[in-house]
Design a protein around this ligand. Sequence first.
Ligand code: ASP
Ligand code: MG
Length: 821
Amino acid sequence: MKVLKFGGTSVKNAENILKVKEILVNQYNGKGDYAVVVSAMSGVTDELIQMSKLASKGDIAYQVNLEKLKDRHFETAKSLLNKSDLKKIENELSLFHETLGNVLKGVFLVMEASNRSLDYILSFGERNSAFIIAAAFKQRGLKAKYLDARSIIVTDKKFGNAKVDFKTTDKKIQGYFKENKGIVPIITGFIAADKGGLTTTLGRGGSDYTAAIIAGALKADQLDIWTDVDGLLTSNPKLVKKAFTVPYLSYKEAMELSHFGAKVIYPPTIQPALQKHIPIKILNTFNPTFEGTRIGNESKQQSDKPITGLSSFSGVVLLTLQGPGLVGIPGIAARLFKALAEKEINIILISQGSSEYSICFAVKEGEQYKAKQAIKSEFEKEIKEKNVAEVLIEPQMSIVAIVSEKMKNHPGVAGKLFSTLGREGINVVAIAQGSSELNISFVIDTKDEEKALNLIHDSFFLSEYVDVNVFMIGVGLIGGTLINQINSHSDSLKSTHKINIKLIGLANTKNMLITQDGISTTAWKETLNESIEVSDLNSFVSQMIDIDLPNSVFIDNTANSEIPKLYNQILSNNISIVTPNKIATSSKYENYLKLKSTAAKKKVSFLYETNVGAGLPVISTIENLVLSGDRITKLEAVLSGSVSYIFNTFSAKRKFSDVVFEAKNMGLTEPDPREDLSGEDVRRKITILAREAGYKVEMNDVKLKGILNKACLNAKSVADFMTELAAMDNHFEKLAGKANEENGKLRFIATMENGKCSIGLKTVDSESPFFNLGGSDNMLVITTERYNIRPLVIKGPGAGADVTAAGVFAEIVSIGNKYRG
Ligand code: ASP
Ligand code: MG
């Protein structure tokens, strides 16, 4: 025996009712051993409530609505039934509406609708739908028979939310089914009757419960709830786009989740099923072959995820009672909650620290004043004596809950949860976890609700991926290459690393663009060119902060000196930064430290590996050495690819100016080679490296011994400079000749020794690691307490869009890995 329930949307109109019939035929073999419970057609219960309200206010307009409702029922019947069958039920259908009209008239006249009349009025919703559906199915060959649940479900007299008398009810249900073997009853959900036959209802959404009561009485094999969604989802899909159907959950988890805003199943439904171990399925009438959600005993749990579902609701107010008068005094909580109970205020969440200094609890928006008043009068004396403070009210809060049976034997769930929220700057105001460990609930500001849900969903449902939201300024050579790299690796990143890099914002010097849905990594150029938004640095950054996406990363691919001024603000807003721009890290030491400490405080990343040696792992290596307790005593480095090339190629046999000219033509130098040869860029880089090694160094502390004379440096144009440089050829020839005599080579080396930095031309012998440096490679030689006899050497291409972009890319991925947890 199976019990099936079809909700309001499933029986909304003739078309959907025929879908239900198809389901009975296809999924249940049409003649199977089953009972069908139906809701009122969608919206009807609400309309009936509305009519009662109008009538009770003496507003005759209820009659218009009643006519509409009658039309809707008749139209549905007409399109489902042939003439002769319609004739057979017309009288009864008219009678239903006539009776309903009479009751409403009564309400209209006395201008009062009691809960008792309301239940009677509401019963017409389910009675009409079940009645019409039974006739329609019968005509189509099913042995369907209308069954008014008031004859089988007996309750107390609590109208609006009646309690079932299971003893009597079970007997009645069993009796009915014994006598009516072989037929398919089409049963009214939601409604019941008290012992004396007065109509009652089981609470809004109660049709699910009707089905469970019947399933329980008959010890059914299965309870199938057919609705208009694909089962119970991991989270609310309106807020979490990546929410997906939970394939299996335990009765207890289902109870927690359904209590908590996931309105797919009416919470009391689960109890009768749990007691008799009847499996529940939640299925979609509009996607009938989808497997939906199964609810059953926990032992069958299949998922490998630490949490099963995530729920939330807004419209919560947090109240706090605090003061010394609470500490160590028994009975305070009892008094507090009794005072609230007397005013029928429902408490959604309670939390008290073990210092007992304060108790905080959450109520529904709107009840806070009543609550405050109740507490005020209960604790009047204590408040007067200042032993208890005035109640603190914090409105516009949301409660978020994560639910799972598995948290019991899964340490670290709470740790991960709260560190994830902390990293994104979401403040948790109160926390409650029951000792059943089935549910961790916490209170946050409603403005953070959506972000929090998405973050938690991303970090706990690992089968899905985590989004890294990228905002990029500068889309020239490096930026463009980076986007291409993201584009060609995005699939594998998603499938193997579960990281989805989303390009949310882009800006060049002309245009900018921020779109929450993401910018195509193939058509980005056109999209940016077509953007009507004129580039504006401050507006870009403030928009980025305002849309407040989780896991945001800001990328500065420029050499601009204005952007770094905003870094601290960006980091303060929990946005990570990745940049090849050296301005910030080589600015005042104080500023450098500040950025690092802001990043640490906000638990975001500030990454700039490409500041020195492009993609070569120089900064991360120094960082790891320092972290592991080593002390860096000396750094020696060739940190400019172009200058490296020039000296690696230059020898006594060639003119120095020719080599510079050649390097310039190969595109290795800046358009004005003096920018490289002056050593200023190297000055920045050695400053940064010294700082990473733990020394307080300012740019000006670096002793730079230049290789160009004044005439070269002051030359007005690049051409003039080249002429002046040719005049220095003799000088360089002499230097090279001298080096040769000593069996050495000339290298332009930056050195840091115990915090003292210098840069200059040096002759190195064949013992030196720099002796064999070739091409335009960079090289860093690190001497530490541990690496002291043979230093650590890092060598390789230290410039170029490809390797720089790859370095930035690697850092974005490392942030993704961190966020994925
Ligand atoms: N018709 C009732 C309601 O709307 C019961 C149900 O649909 O489950 O609350
Ligand atoms: Mg419903």
